[in-house]
Design a protein. Structure first.
Length: 52
């Protein structure tokens, strides 16, 4: 993936098929668990719009 990004292109269809075949992250009781890393945005280094 990193190599494709370095070259400036990704073949989306194979990526989509690969991601669709991966198991969803979850916990023992069946709940779906997702996380988001906002450290760059919270530190003010992200390209996020600023709120007044």
């Amino acid at each position: 993936m990193r190599g494709a990004l370095d070259e400036g292109h990704i073949d989306v269809d194979p990526l989509r098929r690969t991601l669709a075949g991966l198991p969803l992250p979850g916990v023992g009781d069946g709940r779906l668990v997702l996380t988001v890393d906002l450290t760059a945005a919270m530190a003010g280094h992200g390209d996020w719009p600023r709120r007044a």
